[in-house]
Design a protein around this ligand. Structure first.
Ligand code: NAD
Length: 496
């Protein structure tokens, strides 16, 4: 099968210069080849988006909202199909893929409210007989670059708000699982979105760098690893663009002595190993405050033993494969490194039984105890099924560990003490905080974003920040002629 770009409302038909392979991670087999865009293909997509923009910016709010409502209905009706596409190319188990699509739907539903979201302010008689009002206008052509780990949800964090606000889009999804984006573009076309408003180009750094440099692209929303996020932010802003670049993570879950340890163990296993740990909000570090360590580690280990790893299409499988063989090997090397650096290997994921094709990119769940902050399993974002437990004597030391970490995406505290939770939410330097909730991904009417090395730029994704990011404000100060106008005055305008 060949996967190609979607430009101007139809599949691209040009001659392919470079292409990549897409795998089914559960079998290890190549399932498709995906065209890689050269700079000139990106230019074609931007030209289509630029042309569409001249009309789309003038589409009424009612027309834009109608497209969003129609898209929402189509996506809801066909969410099972999209989830299957995600499982086939990403590997996450089907119920998890359905969860991803459900959260994507919520972002679409938020954008259905665009007439309300774009309301400006109006001040009558701000100065005598002078009215002042603000309007929000689209930016033009915007770029969206997404990672492999949420091939449906992350594009839909941005595309609905961007389009509803009157922009046109060039989307560059991950080359590892590109089909979800094509499905989304086709569904938008079916929903009545005019040709050229949403374009999809596939590929790698070549395509991304052209998006970052193209003078017609006014803003870029990026999600991916921290080194690439930094590159995207620096390059995009150097070229005069508005950029929000969400990066990697190392998310800590702090367990205080009064916590419900069964709840905490369930949460650590669910958030640590869901989607094989390939979530930017995965819990990768449990910070156990004395004396809970021994009991908590035992409970987590028991739960890991019961996890079923296998093909995400098979009933009962809870954790699928990793995205590529190369990534699986990289994660397994961290398990070797953790042992070599002196962490206690409580559960070894390298030899777990699997319900799936032996050629799949499998790795079971690993649990390390007595991890130190200088070990590579702690320092690096592993992005796989490896959970580390750090032990600390006090709440203050737990907070110090979390705040000293360069990442600040998500965190959670487990406790039954409301005062302790309140203090944690106030003192922790992380953008999204859970209280007895391990994966605190905000609902679509808030916004998603981390702090420190987890986000470059000042706008978070989706929700109110998304509308802010995809619009610029204009303020109009107006006076309709009145017999009382005052003649020539060279002084700076004063409100009277
Ligand atoms: P990645 O950084 O390798 O790739 C992300 C996107 O950038 C892809 O579209 C890719 O083609 C492109 N890209 C890769 N290298 C590039 C380069 N050198 N120059 C320009 N573009 C390049 O990330 P990934 O492996 O696809 O996704 C996993 C990462 O994404 C993890 O670090 C994870 O934490 C992060 N992530 C963050 C969030 C968040 O909201 N903060 C959400 C999901 C994933």
């Amino acid at each position: 099968m060949r996967i190609t770009h979607w430009i101007g409302g139809k599949p691209w038909t040009g001659a392919v210069e470079r292409a990549g392979e897409v795998h089914d991670p559960a079998t290890g087999r190549v399932s498709a080849r995906v065209d890689f865009a050269s700079a000139s293909v990106v230019d074609e997509a931007v030209a289509a988006a630029r042309e569409a923009y001249t009309r789309w910016r003038g589409a009424s709010l009612a027309q834009r909202a109608n497209v969003m409502f129609a898209f929402r209905e189509l996506l809801n009706a066909r969410k099972g199909e999209l989830a299957s596409i995600v499982t086939a190319e990403h590997g996450k188990v089907l119920p998890d893929a359905m969860g991803e699509v459900q959260r994507a739907l919520e972002a679409v539903e938020f954008a259905c409210g665009v007439p309300h979201l774009l309301k400006g302010g109006f001040s009558e008689n701000a100065s005598t007989k002078v009215d002042v009002y603000s309007i929000r206008q689209p930016l033009g052509v915007v770029g969206v670059v997404s990672p492999f780990n949420f091939p449906a949800m992350v594009p839909l964090w941005f595309v609905p708000n961007a389009i509803a606000c009157g922009n046109t889009v060039v989307l560059k999804p991950s080359e590892k699982d590109p089909s979800a984006s094509v499905f989304i573009a086709e569904l938008f076309a079916e929903a009545g979105l005019p040709d050229g408003v949403l374009n999809v180009v596939h590929g790698d750094k070549v395509a991304v760098d052209r998006v970052l440099e193209h003078p017609e692209v006014k803003a870029v929303s990026f999600v991916g690893s921290t080194p690439v996020a930094r590159h995207v932010y620096e390059t995009g802003t150097r070229h005069g663009k508005r950029v929000q670049a969400l990066g990697g993570a190392k998310n800590h879950m702090v367990v205080l002595p009064d916590a419900d340890l069964d709840l905490a163990a369930d949460a650590a296993v669910s958030a640590g190993f869901g989607s094989a740990g390939e979530r930017c909000m995965a819990i990768s570090v449990v910070v156990a405050v004395d004396p809970v360590g021994d009991e908590l580690v035992a409970k987590v280990a028991d739960r890991i033993a019961a996890l079923k790893v296998g093909d995400g299409r098979r009933a009962g499988c809870e954790m699928g494969p990793l995205i590529t063989g190369e990534h699986r090997d990289r994660v397994a090397a961290y398990v070797d490194a953790g042992v070599a650096e002196g962490a206690r290997l409580v559960v070894d994921g390298r030899d777990r039984p699997v319900d799936g094709d032996p050629s799949g990119f499998w790795l079971g769940s690993t649990l390390f105890d007595h991890v130190g902050v200088d070990m590579s399993v702690y320092r690096d974002e592993i992005f796989g099924p490896v959970l580390s437990v750090l032990r600390v004597p006090t709440y203050d030391e737990a907070l110090e560990v979390v705040n000293a970490n360069p990442y600040g995406n998500g965190t959670a505290v487990f406790t039954n003490d409301g005062g302790a939770a309140r203090r944690f939410q106030n003192e922790v330097e992380v953008g999204m905080v859970g209280v007895n909730v391990p994966i605190p991904v905000p609902v679509s009417y808030y916004s998603f974003g981390g702090w420190k090395d987890s986000l470059f730029g000042d706008s978070h994704a989706y929700g109110p920040d998304g509308v802010h990011f995809f619009t610029r404000t204009k303020v109009v100060t107006g006076r309709w002629l009145d017999p009382s106008h005052g003649g020539v005055n060279l002084g700076f305008p004063r409100n009277t």
